[in-house]
Design a protein around this ligand. Sequence first.
Ligand code: CMP
Length: 140
Amino acid sequence: MAIERTFSIIKPDATARNLTGAVNAMIEQAGLRIVAQKRVRITREQAETFYAVHKARPFFGELVDFMISGPVVVQVLEGEGAIAKYRDVMGATDPAKAAPNTIRKVHARSIGENSVHGSDAADTAKQEIAQFFAGNEIVG
Ligand code: CMP
């Protein structure tokens, strides 16, 4: 399988509970390498752009408000089949439906406050990484 990069966000519910290290340990234990990482507060405009695909959904306003409610950690993860692998490590969007030992099963509070985001495909990974990182900030 090819070496890929995917984009990850450790969300405000997780940073508020000091879970950055715990989440990173699960990422690294799965064989993914954190090749870029920064803790930031994203703006409303950045959140609206990032989640533009969900603009028509009833939860869009709530999602944007939540993502700007506290610091997040944005990351680039690298590894074999990193996009699908990270989705496995995160577990289902709704923590009630997530498999045991996944980040969301272990740490998430609800479908909205679900601790992490990960890209869903190669084209979105590329786009999401480019929204937050310059090429020279990613060190593989
Ligand atoms: P994420 O992987 O970041 O992508 C879109 C996000 O929308 C998703 O995680 C959830 O946090 C959020 N989301 C999806 N469905 C709902 C919902 N029904 N109510 C609130 N938030 C939702």
